[in-house]
Design a protein around this ligand. Structure first.
Ligand SMILES: [Fe+2]
Length: 590
């Protein structure tokens, strides 16, 4: 049975193909169209998935869209009517934008793919999140938590999933919170208030939070009232996003917290204004964590289960994830590599397979590498055309040795291996790697390559066998670090020697690398450790600011040429940048 899953028309469109219960491939549209956070119907991702799997559209048993468009329409219409007349102006805008596309998605799928409409299915948005988190985890019985901005109506759901011995699977989402009461919208509202782009600036809020103290937490707690059932309700007098206004927060919020930051204003936590922004970030981060920990704790009590599978965009918040793991009572916390809407393409396909068609559950390979594969020959050809020397190594150990030498010498390496990751993080297949020891390396990366704010930390990668030596991981922490989903303290004695990857509060979003999942990356970390005594590398996504993560060799090569990268590796091909030979003064005159 072949099922194509699709997510589209909001943020991070993607397609995924599941065959006989096992994912074959999945890719985000942005990696192919090269437009960051591409939201359009993912024609290129679909074409690539079908081509990669050698499947014709008519061979698909089902095409599954990751949410129910009519429910979403109902929500937007209801909110518009409820807020009338203030909200009425925004209704045509919502209709004209992506919602309009969504309503006609069945027609789009039928006409673009030539699939009869009887084979087009829809899951609910949070069912897709739940399936992406549960079915891809190595557990057969788990509590499930999903939290995001909003799907149709649900913004958060609580439940559980289980797989019987005969392979039949169930997902039961027992409770849900509905729009406008939303943790994702709360955090996004503060993202906008702090002058960062919503849907991608949330990382910046989390990074900035470490510089501040939660001095405004009482004010934020008033905006998010806790309800007797352990959930919460936003006090809507502080918010305007639900009315479709151009601004997501109200004058009342500004009166409590002070003026919002203009996106163009620099942030310096050393100034009074910058410190206030950091305090606001720390406050909303703290309140988010408190609510999530309480919800997870009560879910643990209710279910008595050891494992929690957690999806939705809020699950990208690594600081909150670490607290959930430490404080909720669950032994394991499984967050997929793509907990956001891109992962819903895979989640929707798996949901349809297990729950609509009642196919037996089959274990999903436990890795994030579902996209297009790198071709070393592409890089070799491109570089030779430009007259650069290409080393293509027959033996992996030689390649690893050369790259480890370069890294130990302080060079910055673009590293492309195997298949592209699904999800927003580079996990060793499309990564920029560098020595993690010196804060100067962090500044250089920010200046020469990433062109981004200094308060955003870089992440370390470490072989899982050595993780405990450098990082304070709670039980289950190494697993949470598999897809870089948790932020943990760097051991005090290592902070100075891991300065480029240690955040101002002494933490790091560590990736724990298992040999079985990423053998070449694991070998590189070990080889670097053999040279320096510290098997840790700085690992940041291979892209320039504002661009999606590189996918093919040509994008890696173009990024290499346009940035301060010293070395580029694709598969077994290695290219060094020509060193600029500075003319010595005596030669110049003599
Ligand atoms: Fe979502």
């Amino acid at each position: 049975m072949r099922i194509l899953g699709i997510s589209a028309h909001y943020h991070d469109s993607a397609a995924a193909l599941v065959e006989d219960g096992v994912p074959i491939c999945a890719v985000q549209e942005e990696r192919l169209t090269r437009r960051k956070n591409e939201a359009a119907f993912p024609l290129e991702a679909i074409a690539w998935c079908l081509d990669h799997a050698g499947v014709q559209p008519e061979q698909l048993d089902a095409v599954v869209f990751y949410e129910k468009p009519m429910l979403k329409f109902e929500r937007i219409l209801t909110m518009a009517l409820r807020g009338y007349p203030r909200s009425w102006a925004s209704f045509p805008r919502a209709m004209k934008n992506e919602l309009g596309n969504k309503l006609w998605v069945k027609g789009t799928i039928a006409s673009e793919l030539g699939v009869p409409s009887s084979r087009i299915l829809f899951t609910e948005h949070h069912q897709a999140h739940a399936a992406a988190a549960f079915f891809a985890s190595p557990t057969r019985r788990a509590a499930i938590l999903t939290a995001d901005g909003v799907g149709e109506w649900a913004t958060l759901s609580l439940g559980r999933g289980w797989i019987e011995d005969d392979g039949s699977a169930s997902i039961e989402l027992r409770r849900e919170l509905r729009f406008p009461h939303s943790l994702g919208m709360l955090y996004s509202t503060f993202t906008a208030y702090l002058g960062f782009p919503v849907n991608e600036g949330e990382y910046q809020v989390m990074g900035l939070a470490a510089y501040g103290k939660p001095a405004f937490s009482d004010q934020v707690r008033r905006m998010v009232r806790r309800t007797p059932d352990g959930a919460f309700a936003l006090d809507l007098s502080y918010f305007e996003f639900h009315e479709g206004a151009r601004r997501s927060f109200s004058d009342r919020l500004v009166a409590e917290l002070g003026p919002p930051r203009h996106p163009w204003d620099p942030i310096d936590p050393g100034t009074a204004e910058g410190a206030r922004y950091a305090d606001v970030a720390a406050s909303v981060q703290l309140v988010l964590e408190e609510i999530l920990v309480d919800l997870a704790r009560s879910l643990h009590r209710e279910t008595g289960l050891e494992d929690l599978c957690y999806g939705g965009g809020v699950a990208l918040n690594g600081c909150a994830n670490a607290r959930i793991l430490r404080e909720s009572g669950f032994r394991n916390l499984y967050v997929p590599s793509a907990p956001g809407d891109a992962g819903c393409a895979l989640g929707a396909a798996l949901y349809a397979d297990r729950l609509h068609f009642r196919q037996r559950h089959r274990a999903v390979p436990d890795h994030p590498y579902w996209g297009p594969e790198i071709d070393a020959n592409d890089l070799a050809r491109l570089a030779r055309e430009d007259g650069l020397e290409v080393e293509q190594r027959a033996h992996e150990v030689d390649l690893i040795g050369s790259v480890a030498d370069e890294l130990a010498a302080g060079r910055i390496v673009g590293w492309m291996q195997g298949c592209t990751e699904l999800g927003p993080r580079a996990l060793g297949n499309r990564s920029i790697l560098a020595a993690p020891h010196d804060a100067a390396m962090r500044d250089e990366l920010n200046r020469r390559i990433k062109y981004r704010e200094e308060f955003r930390p870089f992440a370390p990668a470490v072989p899982i066998e050595h993780a405990e030596r450098f990082f304070e991981l709670p039980p289950g922490g190494a697993r949470l670090g598999r897809f870089m989903s948790g932020v943990f303290p760097v051991r005090r004695e290592w902070r100075a020697r891991l300065a480029a990857v240690t955040h101002v509060d002494g933490t790091a979003r560590v990736q724990t690398v298992e040999r079985a999942m990423a053998p070449r990356f694991h070998a590189l970390l070990e080889a670097y450790g053999a040279r320096t005594g510290v098997p840790v590398l700085l690992n940041t996504s291979f892209n320039l600011a504002g661009e999606p993560i590189v996918n093919r060799a040509i994008e890696g090569y173009s990024t290499f040429l346009r940035s301060g990268l010293d070395v580029l590796v694709a598969g077994n091909a290695l290219v060094r940048k020509r060193r600029r030979v500075s003319a010595k003064p005596e030669e110049a005159v003599g």
